[in-house]
Design a protein. Structure first.
Length: 213
């Protein structure tokens, strides 16, 4: 699978999982990253689902930090309110909390998601060489490996930097990837600015909307 296709699949899959959550009646649980290669033929609009999702998104944005702690503890008024907004039946709360705790790392420490977005942003700065298939002298796999290693080592610092609209955290990575052109470097190190919800909060939103992970 080529790099661009792989990078696009996660967003498509997450969108589809959200819609699945609005229509599922049997209470079955899904792992939000279980089908990374699934090609989805169509996505249907659902107004009631969209309204529900907007409420969940708004609440998650306001209380993301405390929701992380409550999910780890499997209790708290904020996670209860989030499930209420997602219209999860109260008798399912305990099971839902266990499922969220079980997938805590996927939801709150998803290094792959952040790494792939950085690689995608770099690929926008450098065209792939036709003969060598290289991106700024690196293969796609090399770029992903370098980026993933850096994200693994600095995940929480990166998250807080993105949340606070800070960019210096990405300077060492840009140097490791040999981004020497100043304008390209500035674009790269600032490419995730303002993307906290898309990279972090949204995983929690989708997890709750599909009634489990």
């Amino acid at each position: 699978m080529n790099g661009n296709r792989l990078l696009k699949l996660s967003a498509i899959t997450l969108t589809a999982f959200t819609l699945v959550g609005c229509s599922t009646k049997d209470g079955s649980f899904f792992n939000i990253l279980q089908l990374p290669g699934k090609i989805l033929d169509s996505v249907f609009d659902n107004n009631s689902c969209q309204i529900k999702r907007e409420k969940v998104e708004k609440y998650t944005k306001l209380h993301y930090e405390i929701l992380r702690e409550e999910i780890k503890a499997q209790k708290g008024t904020h996670i209860d309110e989030l499930m209420r907004l997602a219209e999860i039946e109260e008798q399912e709360y305990a099971t839902m909390k266990k499922q969220l705790k079980k997938s805590y790392k996927i939801i709150f420490h998803n290094t792959q998601r952040v790494s792939e977005q950085l690689v995608q942003n770099m690929s926008k700065l450098y065209e792939v060489k036709e003969k060598t298939k290289k991106i700024n002298g690196f293969s796609y796999t090399e770029v992903l490996e370098i980026t993933k290693r850096y994200v693994d080592q600095n995940f929480e610092k990166i998250r807080l930097a993105i949340k606070n609209s800070e960019t210096d955290i990405f300077i060492p990575l840009s140097e490791e990837l040999k981004i020497k052109n100043q304008k390209k470097k500035e674009k790269f190190i600032g490419s995730l600015k303002g993307e906290h919800f898309e990279l972090y909060d949204d995983l929690l939103v989708v997890s709750v909307m599909i009634k489990g992970v």
